[in-house]
Structures are given as C-alpha cells and as structure tokens.
Design a protein around this ligand. Structure first.
Ligand code: BGC
Ligand code: NOJ
Length: 821
C-alpha cells in the first residue's frame, strides 16, 4: 500500500492521499528559523530553540491527529445563495476541516512543501518555505477558478501563537492566560507577549492583500467550544476584529477574492520572528508600541511575488550545491534516491536539530546530545565542513577535564546540561571518530591545534588533540574486573542501565545510579575504544609522533586481549557484565543472549577479521537477529522488567531497545559485512530498512517512506515491521556512511580518497561524482568478475592500491575508472 510516489527528478516525495497512516512531515528552514510541516499543513515554527523560542503552538498527542498548523480556509461566499455546497468553506490542505477534496497532492522537497488541491472547481496551491538568511516563512497561495462562472471567495488564514517558552506555554496557565498581547498595524498582526517586559523579540503575521477583516483572539475566531475544523468566523464569513488581551492570541486575516473564470490570484502570507535592540524596542521610545523600523522593509520585500520566486530559486540552488557533493547512479533506485536526495537531506536535519523537534520529539525535552551530534557529523561533514568544524569545537568545549563528557548541551548557551550530567562512558570516544572524519574529509590538520576549553571554563584550554587523548584516557582510567571499560550510566544503548536499579516509578533511568558503577562493564565500549584508538594511531603516525603511536599500539593490544578473554562467547561477541559480574549477551543467558552492538562495533574495529571469528559473529547475527524488516537489537527479548538491567527491559518485547529493530545499529552490520567482502549480504541488509524500499508496505511501515526512522518493531511485537520515531535519528548518518563509504566504497582517508566498492555481485557497476577537498572526482566503476578485487586508473594511469593520491591544488576534476573482478 502506497500513499504517494517519489518524483526523483524534482527531488520530491509526492503524497496523493491526505490521510497517511501517520502525519508525514517535512522541515522548513535550515539556519535559524525552523518549522515542522506535515502533509496536511500541521506543525509549528520556532527560532533557533524549539523550546525557548516557539513561535506557533502545536499540541502533541492531540486528537484528531496532527491538529494545529499553518491553516488557510477557503469560503465560497455565494454558496449559501446558490445552495450548491452544504458547508460554504473547506481547508485546501484537507486538515482541519477534512472535507473531501476532488484533488489533493502534497510535495515535500528540500526545505519546502507544496500542497495543492481542488474542491468545487477552485484550485489552490500553497507553497511553504523559509527564504535563506531570513527569520520568516512564506505561505504563497495561488488560487485558480476552474468554474464557468465568476467565483466570489473569502480566504481566512489562521495561526495560533505560542507564548515563546513551549514548556511554560503548555503548563503555566494561571499566568499565561493573562499575558498575551498583540498589535495590529497596516494589516500586519504582531504577536508581542512579554515584549513589554524582558523580551526584545516579537512575531508577525502579514498578508499581501488589503484586509477585509482580522482576528487575534482564538475564541472569537473559533467560537466557544468549537475547534479548528469549524471556526465560527469562517462559517459566517466575517471576522470579529478581535484584539487579544490575555487568553490565546492567534493571527487570522480575511481577504475577499473575486475570480473570473480561468482567473488566477496569488496571495502571500508571512509568518516571521524579529528582534530589536534592547534600547530601541519601542517607537516612539516612551510608548509601548513595537518599533517596526527594522521589520517593515523585510515584510515589504517578501510580500512581492517576484522576490518570493527569487528566494525560492535561491533555496533550490542551495540544495543543489549541498546534494551535488555526492551523486551516484547505481542499478538500484532505492540506493540512488536515498544517497542522492533523502538520506543526505535527513543528515542535514539531524545536524540542525539533533534530537530536539520532530513529530516524536516535543522540542521541549532534549538539548544536543554529545554522542548523537558526533555521530550525526559523519553524515553531513562532506556537505558543510565549516559548520562541522564549528560543531566539533562546540562539542569539545563541553568536554570535562577528566576527558568525560556532558551527555547533552544547550545550543543557545553552549553549556553542558547539568540536569543530565555525564557518566555515559561511551560518550567521549565519539568525539574521536567525528574529529577524525572531519580531518579525513577536509585535510584541515590545524583543527587539532585549536585551543579549546573544558567545561566551557576560561583558562582550561588545551589543543583539541589533547581533548581526544583525554577521551581515551577516560576509558583507560575506568576499567572493570575483566579489564573491560566500565559502562557508567549506559553506553550507546541508553537503556542498558546496569547501575540504575530503580524501583521508583517515574525515576529517570538515564540519571539514576543506585550502584557505585565499579563492576558493570561494556564490551561495546571496548570495541568502540579500539576503533577510536586506531583512528588516533593513524593520526599519530601521520604526525610522526612515535611515542604516541607506540603507546596507542600497546593500549589497543591490551584492550583486544581483554575482549578475546572475556568478551567473546564462542559464536559472537558478548554484550556486557552486570553489577553482579554476570555476563550479558551470552549463550548462558536465558534472555538477551545476543546483542547487535558489539558484533557491529567490534568488527568495525577490526576484531576477528582474520581467523574467522568476525565471520562467525556475523553468521550468528544472520541466524538470531536478522528479520526481513531489519536486524533486531537483541534476542530473546526481555519478557519482564529486570531491576539490574534498567530501561531496556521496560519496553514491551519488540519495541525500542528491547529487541526492536533499532535502525541506528543496522549499518554497523552492513559495514562489518563489507569488511569481509560480502557485498550481497551488505546491500541486502541495507535495503531491509531503506525507507524507499519499504514504500510498498507503507500501510505497515506507517512512517514516511523518504526518511529513516529510529525504530522498526521487532519480531516479538504484534506490529512487526511498523516504524516509529522518524527523522531525528543517528540512523541517517550511519546509513549514509555505510552505503557511500562501505558498499559504494568512496571513502575519505587521511591520504586521499579511497575507492574500494563492495557491491552486490549482480551489479555491473555504477557511476558517481564526489566532491572531495575541492576536487570533483568522476568515478566509473565496472564489474568484470564476481569478486572484490579492485584496480584503479586515475586520469588514464594505473595506480597501486585503493587510494587516489591527492591531486595538485586547484585541480577541478579528475576521472577515476575502477575495475572490480
Ligand atoms: C529511549 C532511548 C533514548 C533515551 C534518552 C530512552 O527512553 O529509549 O532511545 O536514547 O531515552 O533520551
Ligand atoms: C537514542 C539516543 O538519542 C542515542 O543517543 C542512543 O544511543 C540511542 N537512542 C540508543 O539508546
């Protein structure tokens, strides 16, 4: 069952039915102003921080599903007279009135959404987007009259303002029902709650037409005890001219439109955010009236259709440039469209938002995760290296002197989040992987010499390289009884809380630690340590630091020894040791016998590649964990809550970390498979969770077919195959890495661009373009045999090895022909 189709040429997903199994959403904005928008115009907007600067309201977990958004209503002012339409108005975006539309189509593209529909022979198209460099969103409405007679219409807009702090807005009613304030001037509605006191920002909602009315008080517009599906003002056809004073400020314009047969009209609405200097908030200065000198020219500019068109073209060009840095043509359409369009786009969204605001993340709860942001970087560093650099330095600034890390930091302040604290012992190691990926991509070795603070404290600066060394040291100083790293509060698996022992309802699994943490160990962190230490070893070699290299070699060897001694179970890698010193992820366990994470990470770290152990572990994965919907996190699922295991056993079997298909980890297995040269299986696993490949089963999958979800229900769940938590997930970055670097094999290294594909045997080859350190690599891969033996010809010359030597500076493009036999 499909609800739409991919339009790859326009880089859009086209939804052809409004009642998708879940709202299928998109993001507007890619700098400071953001919006979430669903296929029926649901969602909200915010400036920089989804909690503290929420511009419009949205009620999560609402009924009907996805109520609240960027709504327009069309009213047929002759309907009553002619008696043709039972109800004289409808929503051109289907929600909120949910009237049957004769035609409906929603196109989600990169940073924009267009919803087109037709009802009663009136066609409407609304294009929503945020112009680059601006803190506003445009809703450009185009109406066309397909009737044989003139149409006498009214358009009503509607947005509900949020009183800025989304948390307070949805809890502190005793205050916030008495704070709301607006101004209406020259047809523009200004939302200025708290502007009278400490805020120096306001929102505005403007319209290109002369108004026939407006409303700013919610209940006047809707009518008492009515919802967005039947506003009394729209029903009656005239606005209440209400001026909000406390209660619930909204913005609604009313514009009457006369359209002759065939006539078309554009109406532009702008919703924006604006700051004024603190000492110039009011005009005149001794008044309470917003100073509009800065905002007015912006409003005027974007109410002109030609400027809107230019801004849209600029946005398209922006995405052409970003996505153009890797483009591939393979025999598989799902690979092509995910790599070329949607996976890269999703990586940019995780860069922007980490895990803060989606239809599953309320925008209130979480700051930027330390491990999340470091892993996200792997997926976007090739598109925006400069911003990746900045992000890395921000992250390192929140690192603790001990080498540990705050688990999260707040993007507005760039301070570590004290409430969540630290003690997730895998956290600091991801900084190494991210930094090394950045250096490989850019060749910017100078970043390692950047002086960076710890805990954002002045005077604590050391070179970034030392931050990385301290991250390794942090692990080495926290080894447990088996010489494996202590897990702390949890490792990558936030729900493996081996020191939590919580029996108090509501207590945070993440921050509660009832045990000292001196016993429970993680094999996964051991693998991650080896992986990270090998990156550091390569860096030390490059820098010709023999002492470091020697030291690292020893540390790697002793960690490897500990893994082989206590982390290998005979047919797979074990997962952990609990607080009683008992093994987890072993054939000895009744539940949780085998986990995916250590298989992926340990093999990625190079363990067992020779001697058959890696192959054995991957056979076990295939036998015990792989399903047709992806690879499950562990098996057997935990059937009850175990005090000594924590949140992992809190979920019903098959969901989330309790044996769900936790998509983030699947690409680790894909990468591991390619390390053993098994392209068929790697690509098969890749396809199982590839959303485009799952499009046909959208009825089951439920989430958007154009982006990865965090989770797909595992075999133990009654809804095996159903996805959840789409958009903001580390799955995006890791799948991008797995497909581009491991399967297609185009991999930045310290020495240059490596090209070593490990593709399915059935593929005859593929073509790719990769912009790397300023040069465009045009790559043609041809398979002439069934194996994985690679030979490279660069600009007509055969070269040894798999790494294309760096060309001379300012080389525009080079052609690489790859033969696989
Ligand atoms: C989720 C994890 C997540 C953690 C931290 C848990 O409830 O299951 O996936 O990492 O919360 O936010
Ligand atoms: C989601 C979190 O954002 C991430 O940090 C964690 O690694 C996974 N869940 C697994 O628990």
């Amino acid at each position: 069952m499909r609800y739409g189709f991919f339009d790859d040429i326009n880089r859009e997903y086209v939804i052809t039915q409004p009642d998708t199994p879940l709202p299928w959403m998109n993001y507007l904005g890619c700098e400071n102003y953001f919006g979430l928008i669903s296929n029926t115009a649901g969602g909200y907007s915010f400036y920089k921080d989804a909690r503290l600067r929420r511009i419009s309201r949205y009620r999560y977990n609402n009924t009907p599903l996805d109520t609240g958004g960027r709504y327009l209503y069309i009213r047929d002012n002759d309907a009553g007279k002619k008696g043709k339409i039972s109800r004289p108005y409808w929503s051109p975006t289907w929600m909120p009135t949910r009237d049957t539309l004769d035609e409906y189509e929603c196109r989600h593209g990169q940073g924009y959404t267009v919803i087109k529909s037709k009802a009663h022979k009136i066609e409407s198209q609304i294009r929503y987007f945020v112009p680059l460099g601006e803190n506003l969103e445009i809703w450009e409405l185009t109406l066309t009259n397909h009737r044989k007679s003139a149409a006498n219409l009214s358009v009503f807009s509607a947005i509900e303002f949020c009183l800025w702090d989304a948390q307070d807005d949805s809890t502190n009613y005793q205050r916030n029902l008495s704070t709301g304030q607006v101004e209406i001037a020259d047809g523009v509605i200004y939302h200025k709650t708290e502007y009278r006191e400490r805020r120096n920002h306001f929102a505005y909602f403007a319209c290109s037409e002369k108004l026939d009315g407006y409303d700013t008080q919610r209940e006047t517009f809707l009518g008492q005890y009515r919802g967005w599906d039947s506003p009394v003002v729209v029903e009656k056809g005239f606005s209440g001219e209400s001026v909000a004073y406390g209660w619930q400020p909204i913005g609604s314009h009313h514009v009457k439109v006369q359209l002759n047969p065939g006539q078309q009209k554009k109406i532009i609405f702008l919703l924006g955010y604006q700051e004024n200097p603190k000492d110039r908030k009011f005009d005149p200065p001794d008044s309470q009236t917003i100073n509009k000198k800065k905002v007015k020219p912006i409003i005027t500019r974007y109410l002109r259709p030609a400027n809107v068109e230019d801004a849209f073209d600029a946005l398209r060009l922006h995405w052409d440039n970003l996505l153009g840095r890797i483009q591939v043509t393979t025999p598989d359409e799902h690979t092509n469209r995910m790599v070329n369009i949607w996976n890269a786009y999703q990586c940019m969204m995780t860069f922007n938002l980490s895990r803060s605001a989606s239809y599953f993340e309320s925008g209130i709860g979480r700051g930027m995760g330390f491990r999340d942001s470091n892993q996200d970087l792997l997926g976007f560093v090739h598109m925006i290296p400069d911003r990746a650099r900045e992000r890395l330095l921000d992250l390192a600034t929140t690192q603790l002197k001990s080498g540990g890390a705050f688990h999260q930091y707040q993007p507005l302040t760039k301070e570590g989040n004290n409430e969540v604290g630290s003690g997730f012992n895998d956290d600091p190691l991801w900084l190494i992987l991210a930094t090394s990926a950045y250096v490989k991509e850019t060749g910017d070795w100078a970043i390692l010499d950047e002086l960076v603070r710890y805990e954002n404290e002045r005077g604590t600066e050391t070179p970034l390289l030392e931050h990385l060394q301290r991250a390794l040291q942090y692990t080495l100083e926290r080894l447990g009884p088996h010489g494996l790293p202590l897990i702390g509060r949890a490792d990558w698996n936030d729900c493996l809380n081996l020191n939590c022992f919580s029996d108090t309802p509501g207590q945070s699994f993440q921050t509660t630690m009832n045990k000292e943490g001196k016993v429970a160990e993680s094999v996964m962190i051991a693998g991650l340590f080896i992986l990270a230490a090998k990156e550091m070893f390569a860096i030390a070699n490059y820098l010709e630091d023999e002492d470091q290299a020697k030291k690292l070699k020893k540390e790697i060897a002793s960690m490897e020894a500990a893994v082989w001694k206590s982390g290998w179970d005979g047919a797979w890698f074990r997962r952990a040791y609990d607080d009683f010193g008992k093994v987890l992820g072993s054939k000895k366990n009744k539940e949780g016998k085998i986990f995916i994470e250590p298989q992926g990470i340990c093999i990625m770290a190079g363990l067992g590649l020779r001697g058959g152990k890696a192959a054995k572990a991957l056979e076990s994965v295939s036998k015990h964990l792989a399903t047709r919907h992806g690879i499950m996190l562990q098996q057997p699922a935990f059937s009850e809550y175990y005090l000594h295991l924590g949140e992992i056993s809190s979920y019903p079997p098959g969901y989330k970390e309790n044996a769900g298909i936790f998509c983030h980890t699947n690409p680790w297995i894909v990468i591991a498979e390619t390390m053993l040269g098994r392209g068929d299986r790697a690509h098969d696993y890749y396809l199982r969770i590839n959303p485009s490949n799952r499009e046909e089963i959208s009825g089951l999958h439920k989430c958007e077919p154009y982006v990865y979800s965090q989770m797909i229900a595992g075999r133990d769940a009654p809804t095996h195959g159903e996805a959840k938590n789409s958009w903001l997930t580390g799955t995006a970055a890791w799948n991008f890495v797995a497909i581009t670097q491991s399967i297609l094999g185009i991999k930045p290294t310290l020495e240059g661009l490596e090209i070593s594909p490990c593709i399915p045997t059935s593929w005859t080859g593929f073509d790719a373009v990769r912009v790397f350190r300023g040069t465009r690599y045009e790559i043609q891969v041809v398979r002439i045999g069934k194996g994985n033996k690679i030979s490279l010809v660069v600009e007509g010359k055969h070269i040894h090895g798999k790494v294309v030597p760096l060309p001379r500076k300012r080389t525009k493009s080079i052609f690489v022909k790859v033969t696989i036999r």
